[in-house]
Design a protein around this ligand. Structure first.
Ligand SMILES: C[S@@+](CC[C@H](N)C(=O)[O-])C[C@H]1O[C@@H](n2cnc3c(N)ncnc32)[C@H](O)[C@@H]1O
Ligand SMILES: [Zn+2]
Length: 279
């Protein structure tokens, strides 16, 4: 998608996963765009991602440039490396090496890139609403494609085309997740646990994590998925004051933070990883 041979090959694989968000037909690569037989056309941005958004521009949920820059710096510093590693391990257990993976709300593609490293012949699509995130996702891994789409408007992805669906701190659409997963495919979800960043939340007056979240996740997905496995992942974060500020800036609490006192000495990361199979 960057004009090189690798880019062209990647675009070919990408169209094999996507479908037209307007009429649901297959797409074919054209000159800097993808087209369906009915003539609906979607631009391939100079930065390499495909824009499959229809209708009005994305609203308040898309990550802003500042949020994406903060998240990219934080993730690139390796603070969530144990989370990427856990995702890669589970992906290797759940999926064949030539899997098609889809990360919905995948942001900059950071964790997805580690997942693709663990699946040597897999191809991954990172879908997000934020063009700022997608510019990075398009460069995150040679076997990753990136597309702009809205989880709530239906996924621009072919039915039963996906072997591994990733959803890391992002919204979930149960019926659409079920539709795009192949029989035998798996959905891998990461949610924050109540203790996640607790020290920082306390010090900076941030929103707390809803303890009913796990139950709500199960209910959202229960009609379409069966939970097969769940594991907790906890590790300490060593943060400078600047990094603590970046962590605040990259999350949904960004608008609620009070003036910053010094970062607490220890901040805990606490996640839950869960594996769901289609019913
Ligand atoms: C907290 S971030 C997590 C990003 C990534 N999974 C990670 O862990 O680094 C949530 C992501 O969901 C995206 N998002 C929010 N609403 C969305 C929607 N309706 N459709 C697609 N993506 C959405 C945001 O743009 C953002 O990149
Ligand atoms: Zn079409």
């Amino acid at each position: 998608m960057d004009g090189t041979t690798t880019g062209t090959a990647r675009l070919e694989r990408l169209v094999g996963v996507l479908r037209c968000p307007v009429c649901e037909a297959v797409l074919a690569p054209g000159e800097r765009s993808l087209r369906c037989p009915s003539g609906h056309a979607f631009d391939v941005a100079r930065q390499g991602y495909v824009s499959l958004l229809t209708g009005a521009a994305p609203g308040a949920n898309a990550d802003t440039a500042a949020m994406v820059t903060a998240r990219a710096a934080f993730l690139d510093a390796g603070h969530y490396a144990p989370l990427s590693a856990a995702l890669a391990r589970l992906a290797g257990e759940l999926s064949p090496p030539d899997a098609v993976s889809l990360d919905v709300g995948g942001g900059t593609g950071h964790h997805h890139a580690r997942v693709l490293d663990a699946l040597p012949r897999a191809f991954g699509l990172t879908l997000d609403l934020s063009k700022h995130a997608l510019r990075r996702a398009a460069r995150a891994h040679p076997r990753m494609g990136a597309a702009a789409g809205d989880i709530w408007r239906g996924l621009p992805v072919r039915t039963a085309a996906v072997d591994l669906l990733l959803n890391v701190f992002a919204p979930r659409n149960g019926p659409e997740f079920r539709r795009v997963l192949a029989p035998g495919g798996a959905l891998l979800v990461v949610t924050p646990e109540p203790g996640h960043l607790a020290e920082l939340r306390e010090a900076r007056g941030l929103l707390s994590i809803d303890p009913a979240k796990d139950e709500r996740l199960r209910r959202t997905l229960a009609e379409h998925f069966e939970q097969r496995h769940t594991e907790a992942l906890e590790f300490p974060l060593a943060l400078t004051a600047d990094e603590a500020t970046a962590l605040v800036a990259m999350g949904p609490s960004a608008h609620h933070a009070t003036k910053a006192p010094a970062a607490p000495a220890t901040v805990s990361a606490a996640f839950r990883l869960s594996v769901h199979r289609p019913r």
